[in-house]
Write a protein that binds this ligand. Structure first.
Ligand code: PRP
Ligand code: URA
Length: 209
C-alpha cells in the first residue's frame, strides 16, 4: 500500500501478540507498548537528517554524525499516544513534544478536541504523530488537520494497529503523510473497533472502564 510501512520485525509481532491477549494485565500492556515504541521509533526515524560535530575520541579528533534533534517533534494523541511517546523520548530526548487531546464520541465516532499544545515554528520541524490505534481515522485526520493549520508541512503518523478502512480514509485525506504501523488488521466492527484488534487502547493502558 502506497505510503504505508508495516513494521513486521519479529520482536514487534511477538510483543503485539501479548498485548492483544485479553489476559495481559494493565501493567503488562503498558510495559509492552513502551518496549514496542522503541522498535517502532527505530523504523519511523530511519531516514532522519544527520549533521556532524567535532569531537575527540581517545585517539584523534573526528567529525562525527549527530542527529538534528531540535527539529523533531513527537505529537501524542491523548490519551493512548502517551504509551508510545515515553519510549520514543527515551531514544530521542532532544525531541519537542506536542499534545493533542482528542476523544472519540462513542455514538458518532467523531473526534472531539479538548486540548492542544504544540511547540512553535512547526513549519521548520518534522512532526511524528503517535497514537496506537488508527480505526475510522477520524482522530488521526483531526490531529493532522490541526497540526497543518498550525503550520506543519512535514509529518508522519505512527500507530500500532490500523484498520484497512482507516488507512484508506487517512491516505485520501492526507496523502502527503506516510503511515507506519505494526499491523493492518482485518476490519472495523459495527462499533468502530478494530478486529481482531486489542480492544480500547486507552482503557487497557490505564485500567479504566
Ligand atoms: C482511541 C485511540 C485513537 C482513536 C482511534 O482513542 O487511541 O485516538 O480511538 O479511533 P478512530 O480512528 O476511529 O478515531 P479514544 O478516543 O478512545 O481516547 P483515549 O485514548 O483517551 O481512550
Ligand atoms: N480505539 C481503540 O482504542 N481501539 C479500537 O479498536 C478502535 C479505536
Amino acid at each position: 500500500m502506497k505510503g504505508v510501512t508495516v513494521v513486521d520485525h519479529p520482536l514487534v509481532q511477538h510483543k503485539l501478540t501479548i498485548m492483544r491477549d485479553k489476559e495481559t494485565s494493565t501493567a503488562g500492556f503498558r510495559r509492552l507498548l513502551r518496549e514496542i515504541s522503541l522498535l517502532l521509533c527505530y523504523e519511523v526515524t530511519r531516514d532522519l537528517d544527520l549533521t556532524t560535530r567535532t569531537i575527540e575520541t581517545p585517539l584523534m579528533p573526528m567529525e562525527a554524525p549527530t542527529l538534528e534533534g531540535k527539529k523533531l517533534v513527537f505529537a501524542s494523541v491523548l490519551r493512548a499516544g502517551n504509551g508510545l511517546l515515553d519510549g520514543m523520548l527515551d531514544l530521542v530526548p532532544a525531541a519537542r513534544v506536542a499534545h493533542i487531546g482528542l476523544y472519540r464520541d462513542h455514538d458518532t465516532l467523531q473526534a472531539v478536541e479538548y486540548f492542544f499544545k504544540a511547540p512553535s515554528n512547526l513549519e521548520d520541524r518534522l512532526v511524528i504523530v503517535v497514537d496506537p490505534m488508527l480505526a475510522t481515522a477520524n482522530s488521526a485526520i483531526a490531529a493532522i488537520d490541526k497540526l497543518k493549520e498550525r503550520g506543519a508541512t512535514n509529518l508522519r503518523f505512527l500507530c500500532l494497529l490500523a484498520a484497512p478502512e482507516g488507512i484508506e480514509r487517512f491516505t485520501k485525506a492526507h496523502p502527503d503523510v506516510p503511515v507506519f504501523t505494526a499491523s493492518i488488521d482485518e476490519k472495523l466492527n459495527e462499533k468502530g473497533y478494530i478486529v481482531p484488534g486489542l480492544g480500547d487502547a486507552g482503557d487497557r493502558m490505564y485500567g479504566t472502564k
